[in-house]
Design a protein around this ligand. Structure first.
Ligand SMILES: [Fe+2]
Length: 217
């Protein structure tokens, strides 16, 4: 079982954040709704690399649609074990990059499920394409077939868009995905907090507190 996706540049973190055990296995959440968590990664954020790494894990939501097809929201690390578990849920037909940050592993999944529709985040199709090209060092697109909400989007997942942008204009739009059958709203990065009890790195704790990303801070 690979520890991380072959294309991923993110490195496994040495352990400043305790992962949500168990990782890389489907965990039931509600009716026709599961999730799985990645191992911990240290994100290479240039501005922070010399003072603190940025360990985090990534969560993927698995939705079994009414027609039996499976939708993966923000697919993270691919493993053969996950592929086997998913095969018992149903055929994977939708791969969703839910916002402009959660696209790093979707190409790996697209290679495994080439028949799946590859959905770009709302309002950020060109931006994410540009980021993928930059990571690959060449033009790899167009890689998305559609944008979230385009015709063909599953009606049982309702959308609420929050058009947001960084000061430089980067389209960090967020979308809340409301799974109507289970009445669960998947928020992605509209809300972020770090559980201090899971952190061991003092410098990381300090920065997370300063950034207001902890309940205790
Ligand atoms: Fe996120």
């Amino acid at each position: 079982m690979p520890l991380q996706s072959p294309k991923s540049p993110w490195q496994i973190d040495p352990g400043t954040l305790e992962p949500y055990h168990p990782v890389l296995t489907l965990k039931p959440f509600s009716s026709n709704l599961w999730m799985f968590d990645s191992k911990i990664f240290a994100f290479p954020i240039p501005m922070l690399m010399f003072v603190v790494n940025f360990p985090t894990n990534v969560r993927t939501w698995v939705v079994k649609l009414k027609n039996g097809d499976v939708l993966l929201m923000g697919p993270c690390q691919f493993t053969d074990g996950l592929q086997k578990e998913l095969s018992e849920v149903g055929p994977v037909k939708h791969l969703v990059s839910p916002n402009a940050m959660h696209w790093m592993w979707v190409e790996d999944w697209k290679a495994v499920y080439p028949e799946a529709t590859f959905w770009a985040p709302y309002g950020a199709k060109e931006y994410v394409q540009m980021k993928m090209d930059k990571r690959a060092g060449k033009h790899v697109g167009p890689v998305f077939q559609k944008e979230v909400g385009d015709p063909g989007w599953p009606a049982e997942i309702e959308l609420v868009h929050f058009p947001l942008a960084a000061p430089d204009g980067t389209p960090y739009h967020e979308t809340v995905y409301y799974h109507v059958p289970s009445q669960v709203a998947i928020v992605i990065d509209l809300c972020i907090w770090y559980d201090m009890a899971r952190m061991s790195g003092m410098l990381f704790k300090f920065f997370m507190k300063q950034a207001g990303l902890t309940l205790e801070g």
